[in-house]
Design a protein around this ligand. Structure first.
Ligand code: ADP
Length: 217
């Protein structure tokens, strides 16, 4: 399957993407994670991306599209993939369409995760991520680790993302509404959008997503 995941920051895209990718046996491709990996390796791309990310803005299309394309062309993505955080505006969606057309392949679904604004702000403010594996995510109040600052899964150090500060979150939400939400209309016109609520327990949302993908609604 080839799936695109959309939703506001804090809707739980990363958490759900990890689980869905495992169940569906397809690689989870997160442009946010790819950028963060470049930042920690201090590559040129990482240095460029960091300034945009810390401000809550989108990294320029040119570098983002090239990076996403490169990842999608890796052998493990041949049979399918779950895109998380890409495309994030209409011109990226158009670039993706172009790439897929060249390869003679199509998307199967665009999964739209819906969550109210006050909820996503709360989720982001308390979010703590493991330095060793970004799939290990905790929340200061909703799902605290057993030991403060330490990952339950692998013992890695937990940290708060630089762009999870309250001020940056506001910008990210605004960017989501103005630039990312329009891709839902773009994909709706192609009959690909499946909308589910991102509220409730993590397992519940995963179940809802798998059901919705199966029935295509
Ligand atoms: P979230 O969805 O929680 O905001 P991500 O990890 O997906 O978090 O993205 C973090 C940041 O990385 C974004 O705010 C943006 O600066 C950058 N980014 C990720 N994907 C893209 C993209 N497709 N285009 C441009 N910038 C991106």
């Amino acid at each position: 399957m080839r799936i695109v995941l959309v939703g506001p920051p804090g809707a739980g895209k990363g958490t759900q993407a990890t689980r869905l990718a495992e169940k569906l046996r397809i690689p989870h491709i997160s442009t946010g994670d790819l950028f963060r990996a470049n930042i920690s390796r201090q590559t040129e791309l990482g240095k460029l991306a960091k300034s945009y990310m810390d401000a809550g803005n989108l990294v320029p299309d040119e570098v983002t599209i090239a990076m996403a394309k490169d990842r999608m062309e890796q052998p493990d993505a041949e049979g399918g993939f779950l895109l998380d955080g890409f495309p994030r505006n209409v011109s990226q969606a158009e670039a993706l369409d172009e790439l897929l057309t060249t390869e003679g392949i199509k998307l199967d679904a665009v999964l739209d995760l819906e969550a109210p604004e006050d909820e996503v702000v709360k989720r982001i403010a308390g979010r703590r991520i493991c330095r060793k594996d970004s799939a290990h995510v905790f929340h200061a109040t909703y799902s605290p680790p057993k030991q403060d600052g330490v990952c339950d899964v692998c013992g890695g150090e937990l940290y708060q993302r630089d762009d999870d500060s309250e001020e940056t979150v506001r910008t990210r939400l605004e960017v989501y509404h103005t630039q990312t939400e329009p891709i839902i209309g773009y994909y709706r016109a192609q009959g690909l959008v499946v909308t589910i609520s991102a509220m409730g327990a993590v397992d519940e949302v995963t179940g809802r997503a798998l059901e919705a993908l199966k029935s295509g609604q």
